[in-house]
Design a protein around this ligand. Structure first.
Ligand code: C2E
Ligand code: MG
Ligand code: MG
Ligand code: MG
Length: 291
C-alpha cells in the first residue's frame, strides 16, 4: 500500500510538474510578446483589435461597436483575451497594452467618424488600468491625439472598479464624463452588484451580463433578473445593452421586455474593422448623442 501511495504521489507530482512547466512556458511566451509589443512603439506585434456591433434592433441600425483585443500569434492563430489579459494584469503589462488597444480603437473610431459613420466605440478597461495614477491623462491624451470626438468613445468598466475605492472611482468617472467620454458598467449582475452603485454613479450605459441572457429561455430566475434590470434601467433612464444574444429567441425575448440594443453572435461575432465597414452598409448607422 505504501508503495502504491508513493507511486501515486510521484505520478501526480510529475504530472503536476509537467502541467506547471507547460503553463509557465506559455506564460513566458505571452509575456515576451507583450513586452515586445510594448517596447516597439508603433508596432502592435500581433495584438489586434476586433469589433463587435451593438445593434438597435427596433431601428435595425448599428449604434456602436465594442473593441475586443486578440493576439494573432506566429502561426496566424487567434488567441483570445482570456488567455493573456489576466497575465497582462498580473504583470502590469496591461498598462502599455491597454494604451496600445485604446490607441488602435481611437484611430479606427476616427476613421469611421470621418467617413460619415460616427459610431461609438467601447473599450474595456481593467481594474489595474483604472487605478493607475496616469489613467485620466493617458486616456485624454490618446483621445486628443487621435482627433476622435470624445463622446464617441465609451469606457467599459466592471463592478470591481467601484468596490475598491468607491469615492475615488466616482470622482474619476465624473471627470472622464466631463471630458466627454461615456462610461458603461459591463457584466452587470455578476460582480458585487450593489444597487447603491447604480444610484450613486452616473453611468451612461448598463450592460446586462451574458450569463443571464444565456439561460433566459429556460430559467425563470434569469428571466426575473433580466426583467428587473430592464425595469430598473427604464426608471433610472439608463441605456441598456444585452450581451451574449445568440439566437432569435433571445432577441425576441429581450425585445418583448423592452431591451432593444443587443450584442451577440446572433448579429455578429467580433470581426476586423473592414467587416464592420460592410455591416455598416447592411445596417444603417447612427452616432450616439453628445449628451
Ligand atoms: P467582455 O467585455 O464582457 O466582452 C464580451 C465577451 O463576450 C467577448 O469575449 C465577446 O467575444 C463575447 N461574446 C460576444 N457575443 C457573444 C455571444 O453571443 N455568445 C458568447 N458566448 N460570447 C459572446 P472576448 O473577446 O473573448 O473577451 C473576453 C473578456 O476579455 C471581455 O469580456 C473583457 O473583460 C476582456 N477583454 C477583451 N478585450 C479587452 C481589452 O481590450 N482590454 C481589457 N482590459 N480587457 C479586454
Ligand atoms: Mg466589455
Ligand atoms: Mg461584458
Ligand atoms: Mg465579460
Amino acid at each position: 500500500h505504501a508503495d502504491a501511495a508513493m507511486f501515486t504521489a510521484k505520478r501526480n507530482g510529475r504530472n503536476r510538474y509537467q502541467f506547471y512547466s507547460k503553463e509557465i512556458e506559455a506564460r513566458l511566451l505571452i509575456k515576451k510578446h507583450l513586452e515586445n509589443a510594448v517596447a516597439n512603439q508603433g508596432e502592435n506585434h500581433g495584438f489586434e483589435v476586433h469589433y463587435q456591433p451593438k445593434i438597435d434592433v427596433i431601428h435595425n441600425r448599428i449604434i456602436g461597436v465594442e473593441a475586443l483585443v486578440r493576439w494573432r500569434n506566429q502561426d496566424n492563430k487567434i488567441i483570445n483575451p482570456i488567455q493573456f489579459i489576466p497575465l497582462a494584469e498580473e504583470t502590469g503589462l496591461i498598462i502599455p497594452l491597454g494604451e496600445l488597444i485604446l490607441k488602435q480603437a481611437c484611430e479606427q473610431a476616427y476613421q469611421w467618424e470621418t467617413s460619415g459613420h460616427g459610431i461609438g466605440v467601447a473599450v474595456n478597461i481593467s481594474l489595474v488600468q483604472f487605478e493607475h495614477k496616469d489613467f485620466f491623462n493617458t486616456v485624454t491624451q490618446i483621445i486628443e491625439q487621435s482627433k476622435i470626438s470624445p463622446h464617441l468613445i465609451e469606457l467599459e468598466i466592471t463592478e470591481s472598479v467601484l468596490a475598491k475605492d468607491t469615492e475615488k472611482a466616482r470622482k474619476l468617472i465624473l471627470k472622464l464624463q466631463e471630458f466627454g467620454v461615456k462610461v458603461a458598467l459591463d457584466d452587470f449582475g455578476t460582480g458585487y452588484s450593489s444597487l447603491a452603485y447604480i444610484k450613486d454613479f452616473t453611468f451612461d450605459v448598463l450592460k446586462i451580463d451574458q450569463s443571464f441572457v444565456k439561460n433566459t429561455l429556460e430559467n425563470k430566475k434569469d428571466q426575473a433578473i433580466i426583467f428587473a434590470i430592464i425595469q430598473m434601467a427604464k426608471g433610472l433612464d439608463l441605456k441598456l445593452v444585452a450581451e451574449g444574444v445568440e439566437t432569435k429567441e433571445h432577441s425576441d425575448f429581450l425585445l418583448n421586455l423592452g431591451c432593444n440594443v443587443m450584442q451577440g453572435y446572433y448579429y455578429s461575432k467580433p470581426v476586423i474593422a473592414k467587416e464592420i465597414d460592410k455591416l455598416l452598409q447592411e445596417f444603417s448607422a447612427v452616432a450616439p448623442a453628445k449628451n
